[in-house]
Design a protein around this ligand. Structure first.
Ligand SMILES: Cc1ncc(COP(=O)(O)OP(=O)(O)O)c(N)n1
Ligand SMILES: Cc1ncsc1CCOP(=O)(O)O
Ligand SMILES: [Mg+2]
Length: 357
């Protein structure tokens, strides 16, 4: 009979149960630390719910094992690993490091659970594998939320402009927006030919390069890449985050439009760097049949910490309602780009976002 068909001997079985017992504790502990990070560190209700559900599902899978068997196999005093620790385990310099190292610890433990349970309780192994994959998705949402909360911490006012009548006028408005305190400028022009669009994108890149204002291209990853823009903004029917990332590479910003809380949650787990949330109010720039409105702004503000920009018909008159609904970031076109004095309009809007959380 080949080796793999022989049942494990008693010694192997005890070793497997000991490994499972230790990994079960490590996985649960690791997930608890991650949950406390997303809850108290990020204050993110969506990610907190995901980790809590994972902990719950882990506990259910572990219930398939008899606790009597686990405890009888346990022999902490004789465990040669108890007193071994690396320098890395002892040093933690920030909250993110605590979260990521504990998530890794949970993932490794899930792998141990998956492998060793194949020996003593094969039916349950696949649950651990599923949990491990869920943890990878969670890791993506957690790390992009944390990184972009920092990277876009100061980004409040986002303005969408078209390519203007000519290059000179375009340069002029970009310069005025920067002077007015605009944090992100998006080139959104659906009618320019590709060569002119690329020219404008390059202009935007050049003018913003020495400033803290980000340059984003709407829809077109190819143009964004060629112009070396800071990123691209994609809608629900356009390239996915994964596809946009494949073109632009890591480090570039990928924004996603969201029109429901489910789309917003999905965008977080897909690894979007920020989301657009709307349409909030009727817009002169684009027409819509449906308005998730301030209800969606409230929902997103209540559970998501990835930078979120309310968009659609936002003006100096109604921006206070957006802030009151919980978002302190807005994306605006008409009320600023169409104003007689875009710089002044931007300054006024920037001012009304200043005190907001
Ligand atoms: C910041 C921001 N949010 C939302 C949108 C809208 O994108 P999309 O839904 O793809 O629609 P178009 O802009 O392509 O017409 C955006 N552009 N920017
Ligand atoms: C592109 C887009 N997507 C949702 S609203 C909108 C237009 C935003 O422009 P405005 O601020 O003029 O309503
Ligand atoms: Mg689009």
């Amino acid at each position: 009979m080949p080796d793999e068909q022989q049942p494990p001997n008693a010694q192997s079985t005890i070793a497997a149960w000991r490994a499972i017992d230790a990994a079960a504790n490590r996985a649960a502990e690791g997930l608890r630390v991650v949950e406390d990070f997303v809850r108290f560190g990020l204050d993110d209700r969506h990610l907190t719910t995901l980790v809590k559900n994972m902990r719950h599902d882990l506990a259910s899978a572990l219930q398939q094992f008899s606790s009597e068997t686990l405890h009888s196999a346990r022999d902490t005093q004789a465990d040669v690993g108890v007193t071994l620790s690396t320098n890395g385990e002892q040093s933690r310099t920030n909250l993110t490091q605590i979260a990521t190292s504990n998530l890794k610890r949970a993932q490794q433990s899930l792998r141990t659970l998956e492998e060793f349970s194949k020996l003593v309780h094969p039916a349950v192994s696949a649950y651990f594998e599923q949990l491990r994959y869920r943890s990878y998705t969670l890791e993506k949402g957690l790390t992009t939320t944390q990184a972009n909360s920092e990277r876009l911490a100061g980004a409040r006012l986002y303005v969408l402009i078209d390519g203007c009548q000519n290059a000179e006028k375009f340069s002029q408005i970009v310069a005025e927006l920067i002077a007015g305190g605009v944090d992100i400028v998006q080139l959104r022009d659906k009618s320019l030919d590709d060569r002119t669009l690329l020219e404008r994108a390059r202009q935007l890149r050049e003018i913003t390069a020495a400033t803290s204002t980000f340059a984003i291209v709407n829809d077109r990853c190819d143009i964004a890449a060629l112009a070396d823009a800071d990123g691209v903004h994609v809608g629900q029917e356009e390239l996915s985050v994964k596809e946009a990332r494949a073109i632009l590479g890591v480090g570039k910003l990928i924004g996603v439009s969201t029109h429901s809380i489910d789309q917003a949650r999905r965008a977080v787990l897909d690894g979007a760097d920020y989301i657009g949330v709307g349409p909030t109010f009727p817009s002169q720039t684009k027409s819509f049949d449906q308005f998730p409105g301030l209800d969606l702004v409230r929902q997103v503000a209540g559970e998501i910490r990835l930078p979120a920009f309310a968009i659609g018909g936002i003006t100096l008159e109604n921006i206070g309602q957006v802030v009151e609904a919980g978002l302190s970031r807005v994306a605006v076109s008409g009320a600023i780009a169409g104003a007689n004095d875009p710089r002044e309009a931007a300054e006024a809007m920037r001012q009304s976002l200043r005190g907001a959380n």
